[in-house]
Ligand binder design. Structure first.
Ligand code: AHR
Length: 511
């Protein structure tokens, strides 16, 4: 018997019909663990863009909104609970116009600048403030350096400023600015989208530049950040091809950016809310393209880097809708559909855990597919926040092979996608977790689960669904959609799970 607790939104789904004669079968092989799913796959991106940093997270120490040294307490608290493992900052395109020296020293003495074609940057949030934020959150840093309008010297100085453990003038300057101990920079990115906003370059030219920048970066041997080379976009593997050949031994990862646009057309992308079923299915179908994209890039890496020293890092992904009427740049609402997009991407990243060692969703607050939306003193958690929360046990878990038999198909018009997507792993707490997505917005699906190598007595966890495809939380009504408790008992070592229509579910198996 399946039990879903709480939530008027899911009541109708509890009364689903009896279990089907031919359920979708999922077989997990717990005896043959695969690669570890790097916790950094669950990374986030915070760019100085729109209200992503200023207003959304930073309100300044004098604000009436409760804050700690300028960072909103409500937002930091919610992010801390999400166990965000890594934050990429300060961009994005912003990284290639940002000059770090403007963001250190007394805040009232920092310049206010318009960098490139970006809006005014007040520089209240600089290096020290960023580290204050992530240290409060318990996250690691992925700092993105400036190639486009910076210099080798400027980047080298920044890394030295952050990481040097004393004895250098830059370490002394850091101490003078209030931080004796070095900052821990887990990853350092050399530029962003060099083929576009980062400088309209060709990959060979960037490969040379990267080597030059990387060569001069000064950091203590024991705390040298892992270096990331900025790669291409979408299915074009040219950048991965060139960089993986040219930068062997000099990089731990090559990035790729891939956004999910409902219509697939960047001129008319599709709306965040009030969409029809045609855009539900096309969005999910476009999200699923991540699998082929990863395969294409991994094939190139497998050829050029058979030792598997270079990770594929999807450091910008997520939904991107039309901006009409947005309260700030790239602000969009976030609905149940976004949660499914996130979950489908997680399954793809788990599947390629050996190569996909880091990803950062775009973005953390108020920009694109955000975890959190704010309006002055108000804050709401989005369905994407809940997806990340439900999947937290997959961070640093050991992936488990899983086979799906007799899967359903969900089709509308010419679009046809798998009905069920699933992923399993043994988490650090020792339990086996199973994640399920039902892409069909109209029909619940019966799933039979059996596990090789262990006897299952039941499963318990959370389900996220709602009556509307675009169910979302608003500042007026922030509890419209949130996860509900779910549990099921096994019979004969097999679990029979009814997954509601348009749902994601994560359960821990009771062995
Ligand atoms: O995430 C928003 C923008 O999208 C980033 O600044 C840029 O890298 C990408 O084009």
């Amino acid at each position: 018997m399946n039990t879903i607790k709480h939530g008027l939104a899911v009541l109708g789904l509890i009364a689903a019909p009896a279990f089907a004669a031919n359920p979708v079968s999922i077989h997990i092989d717990a005896g043959k663990p695969g690669p570890v799913i790097n916790k950094y796959v669950y990374g986030q991106f915070a760019e100085h863009l729109g209200t992503g940093v200023y207003e959304g997270m930073w309100v300044g120490p004098k604000s009436n909104i409760p804050n700690t040294r300028g960072w909103r307490n409500d937002v930091v608290g919610a992010l801390k609970e999400l166990h965000v493992p890594l934050v990429r900052w300060p961009g994005g395109c912003f990284a290639d116009v940002y000059h770090w020296r403007d963001g250190i020293g007394p805040q009232d003495k920092r310049p206010s600048n318009v960098y490139g074609n970006h809006v005014e940057e007040i520089n209240a949030v600089g290096t020290h403030e960023f580290f204050d934020l992530i240290e409060m959150m318990g996250a690691d840093a992925y700092v993105n350096g400036n190639v486009g309008t910076g210099s080798v010297q400027e980047m080298s100085d920044w890394v030295e400023y952050m990481t040097s453990d004393g004895g250098s003038p830059l370490a002394r300057l850091r101490a003078q600015n209030g931080r004796e101990k070095p900052f821990k920079v887990a990853y350092f990115g050399v530029g962003n989208e060099l083929w576009g906003c980062g400088g309209n370059m060709k990959p060979d030219y960037y490969a040379n530049l990267y080597s030059n920048y990387e060569h001069f970066l000064r950091a203590p041997e024991t705390s040298r950040p892992k270096m990331i080379a900025s790669g291409g976009s979408g299915f074009d593997t040219t950048w991965t091809q060139v960089l993986s050949k040219e930068l062997k031994g000099r990089t731990t990862g090559i990035t790729v950016h891939q956004y999910t646009v409902p219509t697939g057309n960047w001129d008319v992308k599709g709306k965040d809310l009030g969409f029809k079923e045609g855009e539900w299915i096309s969005t999910l179908a476009n999200a699923l393209k991540m699998d082929q994209l990863v395969k294409d890039h991994v094939a190139v890496l497998d050829k050029n880097d058979p030792e598997k020293k270079i990770g594929l890092m999807v450091d910008e992904w997520g939904t991107w809708y039309d901006e009409a009427g947005a309260r700030s740049a790239l602000f969009q609402q976030n609905s149940l559909r976004d949660a499914l997009v996130a979950a489908l991407n997680f399954h793809i990243f788990h599947e390629h855990a050996e190569r996909v060692t880091l990803t950062t969703i775009a973005q953390m607050v108020n920009v694109l597919q955000a975890m959190i939306l704010t309006d002055k003193e108000k804050m709401v958690l989005t369905p994407t926040y809940y997806a990340f929360q439900m999947y937290a046990p997959f961070q640093d878990a050991r992936s488990l092979p899983l086979a799906i038999k007799d899967n359903t198909r969900y089709a509308l018009g010419a679009v046809n996608i798998p009905g069920v997507s699933a992923s399993a792993a043994r988490a650090k707490d020792g339990k086996v977790y199973l994640a399920l997505v039902n892409t069909d917005p109209n029909k619940a699906v019966d799933v039979a689960v059996d596990v090789d190598g262990t006897k299952v007595h039941g499963a318990a966890g959370k389900v996220l669904t709602s009556a509307a495809m675009d169910a979302h939380n608003t500042f007026q009504d922030p509890q419209v959609i949130k996860p509900a408790a779910f549990s099921v008992r096994a019979a004969g070592g097999r679990l029979s799970i009814k997954v509601p229509a348009k749902a994601i579910m994560v359960v821990a198996l009771e062995e």
